[in-house]
Design a protein. Structure first.
Length: 259
């Protein structure tokens, strides 16, 4: 490259050409599979095996996502995005050697479903209580700046917050209020009460919910004990069995005559 040591006008021709291909990092991978615990349908960044175990659990029979991630970090991987699918938001409690706890009950009896409470209007959405308690739902402004359809949904039991969701009213987003409540809440459900084109952020308010009533259970039937039959103490004379006597209807010529 020439050096210009004095002021003036200089013309320099630079050959034009395509830029060389630059290498990109290939140490970031994505894994989608089954895991016993962890966020559901949400990509989570893990940078080592310890972070994966803390978020999604260790090796478990029937789940092979851990084997893939372990092999990735064991071969020099530095960062991975893990998406857990095909499970529930909260993993069931397990007993023994990784076996799920069995549900006991009378054979042939189905579990009684808890009916939902009365739905309450929350702007363009409808909220319903599915858990017991003195429940109420509060709509408040979110923390920090964000889009206009973003808000905070707080579920309270007896005036104390028990569940908090930072959600949005925009359908199709990851933080959509209906999706977040369906996956994470155990106390309420939220449904759309208006067409998708009319969905909007509800105003700041507090709505009291009516808890569902538990199903009635019929009282158990009382069995009347049977009175045992006592044997008779009076002695009875046994009757002799009747004997059958065969008599010929006609006299045979060979029958000896009485003398």
């Amino acid at each position: 490259m020439p050096s210009y040591l004095s002021p003036g006008v200089y013309v320099e021709e630079v050959a034009s050409g395509s830029r060389p291909i630059e290498g990109v990092g290939t140490s970031v991978a994505a894994f989608v599979g089954l895991a016993p615990t962890g966020p559901l349908n949400e990509p989570t960044l893990v940078t080592n095996w310890t972070q994966y175990v803390a978020a999604f659990g260790e090796f478990t029979d029937g789940y092979y996502l851990a084997h893939s991630v372990y092999g990735f970090f064991n071969n020099g991987g530095s960062a991975a995005y893990v998406v857990r699918v095909g499970g529930s938001p909260r993993a069931p409690r397990r007993r023994g050697a990784g076996q799920p706890a069995a549900v006991t009950g009378r054979p042939g009896s189905a579990p009684a479903a808890l009916p939902a409470g009365e739905p309450q209007q929350l702007g363009t959405f409808s909220v319903t209580a599915v858990g017991q308690g003195d429940l109420s739902v509060e709509v408040a402004d979110p923390e920090g700046e964000g889009p206009a359809e973003r808000f905070k949904l707080i579920v309270k039991d007896g005036g104390k917050p028990v569940e908090t969701f930072d959600v949005t009213a925009k359908k199709g987003g990851r933080n959509y209020v209906v999706t977040q409540v369906k996956e994470r809440s155990k106390l309420i459900t939220v449904t759309e009460a208006a067409p998708a084109a009319q969905l909007a952020r509800p105003d700041n308010q507090t709505v009291a919910l009516v808890a569902p009533r538990p199903p009635r259970q019929s009282p158990p039937r009382r069995r009347t004990p049977r009175t045992p039959v006592r044997p008779s103490t009076s002695a009875t004379r046994p009757t002799a069995p009747a004997s059958a006597v065969w008599r010929p209807s006609t006299r045979s010529p060979w029958w000896p005559s009485p003398t």
